[in-house]
Write a protein that binds this ligand. Sequence first.
Ligand code: FEO
Length: 403
Amino acid sequence: MHAVHEIADGVFWVGMNDRRIERFENMFPLSDGVAYNAYLIKDEKTALLDTVESSVRDRFLQQVENVLDGRALDYLVIHHMEPDHCGNIEEIVRRYPEVKVVGNRKTFEFFKHYYRADLSANAQVVKEGDILSLGTRSLRFYLAPMVHWPEVMFSMDLSDGMLYSADAFGSFGALPGTLFADELDFNRYFLGETRRYHANIVGRYGNQIQTVLKRLPVDSISMICPLHGPIWRKDLSVIWDKIDTWSAYRPERTGVVFIYASMYGNTAEVAETLAFKLGDRGVGDIRLHDVSKTHPSHIIADLWEYSHMVVASPTYNMQLYPPMDALLRELAMLNLQDRDVAIIGNHTWSSAAVRQMIGLFGTMKDIRLLGEPLDIHSSLKAEEEPTLDSLADVIFESVLNRS
Ligand code: FEO
């Protein structure tokens, strides 16, 4: 049985779903797997666009062979050298020794870091603007450095505007027997996972994504074919606008995400109390996450979506509570910016959490601290309620102003 699909005249999806994988990059939990998309063009020449992860190699190679149906493979185009896509290059070259492997200078540099095969007889180096003619179809290459890795490139089919976008526009989640975003209820099943993928995988590279979005001939694009997740052939502005918003670090909605750490429930109680005070004031869109329970990738996805955050954490061993410290460092690494933040600390005998959280947010761009950070002693006391009310007022005002 083979799961290939002709997505355009002579263009076949030959990707693979991996539903057994637990964590993408051995970090990000996958409740519904992931798809490694690869495409095979059969024109006067044949071209395979990317391969898949080595764990799903056998079925992938069989699919390629079946679609080729006895024809030779003329080209293998490598848009991205990360192993989730390049895990079969050596095997493809072994099976199709005449194949030309198409990449840029950095592609082949990275290939040597990973593999031992000598590609010198097969390599075809392309640069920005080069065009690969396949017959009726021609691929125009756009270098897209740091749209995850330095060697990344996109290509666009000049005959009909199909864009092969590497990791950009990608999503977690295996494809459910349908491939197109307009077929599979994108908003229900994939929007959240597309946001989580973007924020965690390419979130750091917003500026580079903005650069390449501006360089692409947007009006000529008919289909967006990423390396993960659904393919877009209708309403392209939906995903284009999302990627534009996320890569510009603009919040999608006005609301408050609480991130709290709590060893014995006291800091959690402060967060809950403040959340209800915000609710009483009319803030309707509030999310709460315990950093010790919710995987950071889900919290980060929410922070990409929302405008405001309340961060509450105890001091631990005279430092910031480690899971909160790790999360805030990850946010800084991912370049999250342009958010409004309220800070609450908790301590019994040594206060460090507030100071260190302020320091970590100070490393991020356009982070506005709301009100005076609150530093409670072990548990919330009745006499501290007015201070919490004042903080709720400040957050509420800020939410109103950003609505
Ligand atoms: Fe899907 Fe950056 O690899």
